[in-house]
Structure formats: C-alpha cells, structure tokens
Design a protein around this ligand. Structure first.
Ligand SMILES: Cc1cc2nc3c(=O)[nH]c(=O)nc-3n(C[C@H](O)[C@H](O)[C@H](O)COP(=O)(O)O)c2cc1C
Length: 381
C-alpha cells in the first residue's frame, strides 16, 4: 500500500509492529472517550471557503519561543519510540529537522538526549519530574548540555491512567512462562520489525533515564518503574525549582483548563501545551481542540499557547491555529509513520501535512500564519 494519510500509516504500522507496541501507541485510557473526542471534535469544525483572493504567495512560516520554523507544526514526545523503528527518536528528529519543525524527545525515549542531539538538531526536551530530584536535576542538566532549546514539562501524568488495551495485549500485567512465550511469538511473527528494531536497534533501554530504572532498565521494567517513581506531590511551586536548573523557556504540557493556564503564567512559564496526553490519561475530559479557544483567550497574550491531540492533517493544523494555537503538535501520527517506514516515511508524512496546510490556507484566503484567526472557521456549518 502507498501511504498518503495518517490512517494509511496507521494501517501499515498495525501490520508491521508486534501487537503489544501497536496497541500501546494506538490506545487511550479506559473507554477511550477522550481519545475519540480529540479527533471527532476537530473533524466537526468547518473551515470557511473564500475564493478569488490572489493566493499566489503563501507564507506558512512561524516563530516559536524565538526559533523560526517552516510551518506551525511540531512533533510531540512519544515514549519508547525506539521500539517502533530502529533508534526511532533519531529518525524522528532527523525528519523534523529536514522539515524545519521542532522535535520533542520524551523522558522515556529509547535514545538518550545526547544521541538525538548528536544526530542533528538538539531536541526540545520533555521532562517528567521524578521523586528522585537529584536524578531529575541531572536529567535537566544533561538536556541543557546537549543544547536542547526548550523544556516541555509534562504535568498530566502524576500516575498513569489505566490503558486496558495494554492489559489485553499482554504489554502490562502479564507474567509467567505463558506470557513470555506469547510475547516472543508476537515478535517472531513480525520479521521486518525483528530485523530492524529487535536485532539492529539496540540497546533497548530508556536512554536518558536508563541509569535510574531498577532492573535492567529495559522496556519491560519501565512501566512499573514509572508508576513508582513519577512524583505525585508536584505543584506549581516546583516550576520555580525547575527554573533554578533550567534557564531556557519552559512549556507546561498537559493543561486543559484556563485556571491552570493562568497558574502557568504566574509560575513564569513561557508556554503551555493544551493537551490531555492524547486521551491516555483522564478519560472523559474534554478534547484538546475544545479547550483551546478558552485557554488562548485567557493567556494567549501572556505566553505561547500550543495544542496537541487529534491533529491528523494539515487541514487540522489550520483549524488549531485559527482557534489560537501558535503551533500544534502530533503524537501518534509520527509514531505510525516511523513504524511504517522510518525517517523517510515521517518526512513524507510531514510534507503531506505541509501540502494540506497550503490548500487549506489558499482556499480560506489566508496567506500568512499570522493572519489565521477565528474568521477562517464557518461557525454556521
Ligand atoms: C505511545 C505514546 C507515548 C507517549 N509518551 C509521552 C511521553 O513520554 N511524554 C509526554 O509528555 N507525552 C507522551 N505522549 C503524549 C503525546 O506527547 C501527545 O500529547 C499525544 O500523543 C497527542 O495526541 P495525538 O496522539 O492524538 O497526536 C505519548 C503519546 C503516545 C501515543
């Protein structure tokens, strides 16, 4: 199959990946209501078509936190990406650099921050605050030393939401010989993945935090470790603590309410990502896109507002920007493309987003990103 849309990359990823990894990427928490809403609510927004406006010159470029990017799109942090494609974080970062957009690296990435930075452009670094503040501090210092320009501080995972698909697939909770045999068969029956990732994508540890994880630091140890070591006592005052170690921009990821967005301003953050973790945490909360305008109205003048969750095309990018996002980010789409065809597929998918954004801008009469506002949307549709 020749992949064009995100759903095509998803289908190829479904075939190529061991079931445990596909289900881990694809799923959400509990009944997946929020996951569904993220996509459905963006789909339900209508763009307003306006024609005959001399759209011969289009400028999709934008700036975020002092950096220039070719379009208002970035790559969200996705944990364990090196299990979906060989050294997956490096491949994703290269594709993003080629497209001229930011790549953010998860705390629980397979590739450590130094490896990703050495491969090209230093990534925006996503941080989970760990109970071990000494280790957390060291992690921030490593990101700084690697040249990361921005810190994404993810705040919506004080404990992991239950993802039932991971239990059903045997990714979490399954122990004993039967589970081990099932998992081995899951790998063996996906030979392309075995060759690319299992044999040639080592080491399969959680790169940046491998030293902190008990056991071998392997993927199978990590989920248990997360539940034990992510710090639930974190408050807005901890942003001050982070600031003592990190002097660059801090973006709070996982804000869904204007009240929290205002707290982020007070805490001195430079940005927020309106996000529900792709519907993987508190199921039943509203979609990111529906939370976006209220948050943009509340704090858009004070810091940069980003969003992620449910963005599946360049048309969706324009909808998010029209509703007040400085840029939006994609999680699952790039993970699917990575699994489907590595860096080349991620790069191709990003170019498809760009082409779609061009069409959306052209047919809404919007020639620059700065012009995009709510007037691009058809609210009577
Ligand atoms: C497989 C997977 C792993 C993720 N890991 C992280 C992570 O380590 N840190 C984080 O801040 N967000 C993580 N997220 C959330 C994404 O950064 C992002 O918020 C979400 O995927 C956006 O929704 P979308 O997948 O609909 O684009 C993860 C998402 C997925 C799908």
């Amino acid at each position: 199959m020749r992949a064009v849309s995100v759903s095509d990359y998803r289908e190829i990823a479904r075939r190529k990946l061991p079931k445990i990894f596909f289900e881990y990427i694809d799923g959400g928490s509990y009944a997946e209501a929020t996951l569904g809403r993220n996509v459905a609510d963006i789909e339900a927004i209508a763009l307003r078509q306006l024609v005959m406006r001399d759209m011969s010159v289009l400028d999709m470029s934008t700036t975020s936190l002092g950096q220039s990017f070719s379009m208002p799109l970035g790559i969200s942090p996705v944990g364990m990406s090196g299990m979906y494609g060989r050294r997956g974080e490096v491949q994703g970062a290269r594709a993003a650099a080629k497209a001229g957009i930011p790549f953010s690296l998860s705390t629980v990435g397979v590739c450590p921050v130094e490896e990703v930075a050495a491969a090209g452009v230093p990534p925006w670094f996503q941080l989970y605050i760990l109970k071990d503040r000494g280790y957390t501090r060291a992690l921030i210092e490593r990101a700084k030393a690697a040249g990361s320009p921005v810190l994404f501080l993810t705040v919506d995972l004080p404990m992991p939401g239950a993802r039932y698909r991971d239990v059903r697939s045997g990714f979490t909770g399954a122990t004993g010989l039967g589970a081990a045999i099932e998992r081995a068969w899951d790998g063996i029956s996906h030979p392309a993945w075995m060759w690319d990732v299992w044999l040639h994508g080592r080491p399969h540890t959680m790169g940046s935090i491998a030293g902190a994880i008990e056991g071998r630091g392997s993927v199978s140890d990590v989920l248990t470790w997360i539940a034990k070591n992510f710090d639930r006592s974190v408050t807005w005052a901890d942003v001050d603590w982070v600031r003592q170690v990190w002097d660059g921009p801090i973006v709070i990821k996982g804000v869904l309410d204007p009240e929290d967005a205002r707290q982020a301003v007070k805490a001195g953050a430079q940005g927020v990502v309106v996000s529900n973790h792709g519907g993987r945490q508190l199921d039943g909360v509203r979609s990111s896109i529906s939370a976006l305008p209220g948050i943009a109205d509340a704090v858009g003048g004070d810091l940069e507002v980003y969003m992620d969750g449910g963005v599946r095309s360049g048309l969706d990018v324009l909808k998010a920007v029209a509703l007040g996002a400085k840029a939006c980010f994609i999680g699952r789409p790039w993970a699917y493309a990575l699994a489907a065809g590595g860096e080349a597929a991620v790069a191709r998918m990003l170019e498809t987003f760009r082409a779609e954004l061009a069409v959306a801008m052209t047919l809404t009469g919007c020639s620059t990103i700065a012009q995009a506002g709510r007037s691009l949307l058809d609210t009577d549709a």
